[in-house]
Design a protein around this ligand. Structure first.
Ligand code: UT7
Length: 326
């Protein structure tokens, strides 16, 4: 069986930075509250007219360039997103058109903040069985248009951005070792966007009730997130006969510094093993892990043979971990 190996990474975040001090001017909040409760200092916000597909395309171009792969060589293109350009068709089709990746199958995965690991798993399986040879997997979000800027409980947490990886089917020991995905739909209403779709079609009442925006019960999500992130990280290590000390870089979903530090501690990682950039981008949902991976890669923090662990949790609830040898 071939292994799926990441041969290129790329990311893109919008130019506009929104700081905690900026939020203090429009909301009943303080810089200090946001910093101590979340670890977030600033986040990026897409410009007017800037689309999820625009961010995804720029991240993908950088990943393709690093891999030395032409867009037309890609035969499988998946975008993990919950903030696509349209309800349908898939943002992956827009990205395919932008890149001229005309030989690729293209679709989106809707798994909220776990979107990238779910999308990665789908592509890896295709490469392993030989159905595809070169895949592009992207996590991209413009959450700023789906959050209620009057709701201090949620709007301070999120930001926009995209990250991408090129995967190639190769012989040898390096590449994705295993992935472990889970979901529990009974938690749906703790973190979701009610409208507008089949359940709540667009209506005046819906707009009045602000159903077009993300709703979250933060402290409930917090508790389940730490438990699930911890359990699935341990599951991935155990499945490969490995321990926390064997991991060179742990890249958890960047939701909240307290969540990722609590998870890292429970799994048994020390500070040096954990990659954190939530302070600069906030929670970019399905984009956090590929953005973090690209930053770590370009900063020289991953070397050939290193063991990496991705760990994600999001609405649904969905969660999952991916273990790989770089
Ligand atoms: O990818 C998964 C996506 N979601 C998440 O990861 C979110 C997970 N949850 C969290 O990150 C945290 O629960 C939050 C950061 C959202 C909140 O932190 P917390 O320590 O759980 O606070 P809390 O919800 O218990 O709220 C504490 C207080 C409340 O006031 P009262 O009721 O105690 O008077 C909130 O109204 O903090 C208040 N509050 C704020 N105050 C100032 C909530 N948001 C703000 C704010 N500024 N922005």
């Amino acid at each position: 069986m071939k292994r799926a190996r990441i041969t290129g990474t790329g990311s893109y975040v919008p130019v506009k930075t929104l700081t905690n001090a900026d939020l203090e001017k429009t909301l009943d909040t303080t810089e200090e509250w946001i910093q101590t409760r979340t670890g977030i200092r600033e986040r990026r916000i897409a410009a007017e007219g800037e689309l999820t597909s625009d961010l995804a395309t720029k991240a993908a171009e950088r990943a393709l360039e690093m891999a030395g792969v032409a867009a037309e060589e890609i035969d499988y293109l998946v975008v993990g997103t919950i903030t696509g350009d349209y309800p349908w068709p898939a943002t992956a089709c827009v990205v395919q058109k932008n890149l001229k990746a005309m030989n690729a199958a293209a679709f989106d995965v809707s798994a909220a903040c776990s979107g990238f690991v779910y999308a990665l798993d789908a592509a890896v399986k295709q490469l392993e069985v030989g159905s595809a040879k070169k895949a592009l997997v992207i996590g991209a979000e413009v959450l700023s248009r789906h959050i209620d800027w009057e709701d201090r409980n949620t709007c301070v947490l999120f930001g926009d951005g995209a990250g991408a990886v090129v995967l190639e089917a190769q012989d040898g020991e390096n590449g994705i070792l295993s992935s472990h995905l889970h979901a529990d739909g009974s938690y749906l209403e703790l973190l979701y966007q009610p409208g507008f779709s089949t359940r709540y079609p667009a209506s005046e009442e819906g707009l009045r009730d602000r159903l077009q925006y993300l709703k979250m019960q933060g402290n409930e999500v917090f508790k389940v997130a730490v438990r699930c992130l911890t359990e699935v990280a341990l599951e991935a290590l155990e499945a490969n006969g490995l321990e926390a000390k064997d991991v060179d870089l742990f890249i958890p979903h960047q939701a909240n510094r307290r969540i990722l530090e609590a998870t890292a501690k429970r799994v048994g990682f020390n500070e040096d093993q954990v990659f954190i950039n939530v302070d600069r981008y906030g929670n970019t949902s399905g984009a956090t892990i590929p953005i973090a991976l690209d930053e770590a890669n370009r900063a020289g923090r991953v070397k050939e043979g290193d063991l990496l662990l991705f760990d994600a949790f999001g609405g649904g609830f969905t969660w999952g971990a991916v273990l790989l040898r770089w």
